[in-house]
Design a protein around this ligand. Sequence first.
Ligand code: BJW
Length: 232
Amino acid sequence: MDIVILTGAGISAESGLSTFRDTGGLWARHDWRDLATPAGFARDPAAVLAFYNARRQAVRTARPNAAHVALARLEAAWPGRVLVVTQNVDDLHEKAGTRNLIHMHGAHAGALCAACGHRWPAPLVMAPADPCPACARPATRPDIVWFGETPRQLPAIHAALAACDLFVAIGTSGRVQPAAGFVRRARTAGARTLELNLEPSAQAALFDAALQGPASRLVPAWVEGLLGGRAP
Ligand code: BJW
């Protein structure tokens, strides 16, 4: 039985990283048009880089919680294929030991030249004057998918959704496309679907089952049940 797991900011909330759309979340405190669009970066690169520098710094010291650890344990112990597709740009799945992982919205670990498209490992702090190592133009940006940009590795994700037997969404509000559409794709392909979230997401009614609670409690319990032979 092959499993595809979609994670969102809620899985990292208990590791101390902000979500986006909860009360006090990043988009409650900042305007996404200024900080998470190519147009916002063109208007004020210093403000965008400062926003991501602060978050990159917070991620550096953040530790995976019981939910990330449980997913890594599932991948190691499960006889079928387990693919984690994360919308998160932190590295907590990697730190927990997950190997088969797609960062569909990019990662703090990467830098991208907005002028020539060259990619390289991100420094801890980016500044607008930083030259691209390939073309030398001062156009360094985080290698992160902003609104209006195409998420990474969609063909591989769509292929996995079409072939999976179980699709699980964890800690995501289901408000951002195309990730919000994955549950429909998985259902169409015949997969069973499960949502684990603090509250019912915008997509909750589309899932076969939806459980509410903190990821650090729900995910380890679900993984233990699955590895113990309980139905998903
Ligand atoms: C817990 C918990 C705990 C809390 N335990 N749970 C109109 C205008 C402009 C754009 C559009 C538009 N209409 C449609 C679009 C497209 C747009 C979009 O969907 N916009 C909507 C918001 C309207 N999408 C795009 O532009 C995407 N690209 C695209 O569509 O390209 C076209 C294309 C499609 C297909 C093929 C080819 C081309 C790109 C989207 C990029 C998203 N970027 C961001 C920021 C960058 C990353 C970063 O800085 O970190 O990505 S936005 C932000 O939202 C971030 C996240 O990855 C993403 C999803 O958020 P997530 O993870 O769901 O977090 P929250 O906060 O929303 O939810 C957290 C949940 O956890 C809540 O439900 C809590 O209850 C729960 N929770 N604590 C369990 N302890």
